[in-house]
Write a protein that binds this ligand. Structure first.
Ligand code: ACO
Length: 323
């Protein structure tokens, strides 16, 4: 039985910090409200001209270094993103070139909004288990602030930019025990951009290309689906809640994270929380949190990690990994 295992992690945050105090100046909100309802204190914003592929490449280089590999060793790159550099080609193709990967290797983007990294991880795991590739780079990278309507206080306070990456390699030992992916396209209106390219650029009016969200309704579905996702991945891989060393959740809202930890009966000191510093970086949030906990020494080799994410679509997914 061949598995995939994480041999290196990396992440990157753009330099510019947008504090809650800055948000108070641009919309009718308060630091106290944002902290209480979301847990967010600040988020990052990509510099002018800095694109998703730039963030992705920076995160990927750190993951390669941590794995002791060169870009030329990688057989496949998957980028989970909702904010590609261009409509086409894919951001993964741009990343492949910028990294100097071998021409001919597999490169594609995955659009699953905040679950993009979980989708990428699951797909790459299957490519490796089937023997199609030996080494894959899985990246979650976003410049979500580009999709923000800065007049909408319900969304502008939440999102931030960043990238996280892992190198997945084939291994005789686990590794990834199980991944589960789900989607329910019946709630598109709750979290979406009303306009997209196939509606025609001549029909792009005002802020129709920017994200809109009915946050309260999204919140309820997220809590329910994430509760199911963490139970499912434990059950399918034969582990129990008490086996989990770390929950590494999607960083959308501290209250959603706390609800999932409660479901797992896991104390918050076994939960990696970065939402206060990163905001919601969509597909980047889980690999960013993972890399932070690896680099500060919390996550150790041999520990059992439960990863989960929920996002627009709706999409959601979970993974159980021996690090
Ligand atoms: N500052 C002050 N007041 C605000 C703000 C703000 N930034 N935003 C909204 N409010 C107001 C609302 O207008 C409303 O006022 P009203 O009662 O007078 O109408 C009140 O606060 C309550 O609004 P709710 O939307 O019910 O607030 P809630 O407690 O649900 O918090 C939030 C809003 C933070 C958006 C929360 O619902 C949330 O985190 N939702 C889930 C987000 C998520 O997980 N998204 C999925 C991933 S994202 C992706 O896939 C791209």
């Amino acid at each position: 039985m061949s598995y995939s295992r994480i041999s290196g992690t990396g992440s990157y945050l753009p330099e510019k910090v947008l504090t809650n105090q800055y948000m108070e100046q641009i919309v009718d909100t308060s630091d106290a409200w944002i902290r209480e309802r979301t847990g967010i204190e600040e988020r990052r914003m990509a510099a002018e001209g800095e694109t998703t592929s730039d963030l992705a490449v920076n995160a990927a280089l750190k993951a390669l270094e941590a794995a002791g590999l060169q870009a030329s060793d990688i057989d496949m790159v998957v980028v989970g993103t909702t904010t590609p550099d261009k409509v086409f080609p894919s951001t993964a193709c741009i990343v492949q070139d910028k990294l100097g990967m071998r021409p001919g290797t597999i490169a594609f983007d995955l659009a699953a909004v905040c679950s993009g990294f979980m989708y990428g991880l699951s797909v790459a795991d299957k490519f490796i288990r089937s023997g199609s590739v030996r080494r894959a780079l899985v990246i979650g990278a976003e410049t979500l602030t580009r999709l923000i309507n800065w007049k909408d206080r319900g969304t502008c306070i939440i999102f931030g930019d960043g990238a996280g990456a892992v190198v997945l390699e084939s291994s005789d030992e686990p590794g990834v025990y199980a991944t589960h992916l789900h989607a329910d396209g019946g709630h598109v209106e709750l979290l979406h951009t009303p306009w997209g390219p196939s509606q025609g650029y001549e029909n792009l009016i005002d802020d129709a290309g920017k994200a809109v969200m009915r946050g309260n309704e999204v919140f309820k579905v997220a809590v329910r689906r994430l509760g199911q996702a963490v139970e499912e991945v434990l059950e399918s891989s034969g582990f129990t809640q008490s086996d989990v060393d770390w929950l590494i959740p999607h960083q959308a809202n501290i209250r959603i994270i706390q609800a999932t930890a409660k479901k797992l009966e896991l104390p918050m000191d076994q939960v990696v929380v970065t939402v206060q510093k990163h905001g919601n970086t969509s597909a980047a949030s889980v690999p960013l949190a993972l890399d932070e906990a690896v680099r500060d020494g919390r996550v150790q080799r041999g520990q059992l990690l439960l990863l989960e994410a929920f996002g627009g679509g709706f999409t959601w997914g979970s993974a159980l990994i021996r690090y």
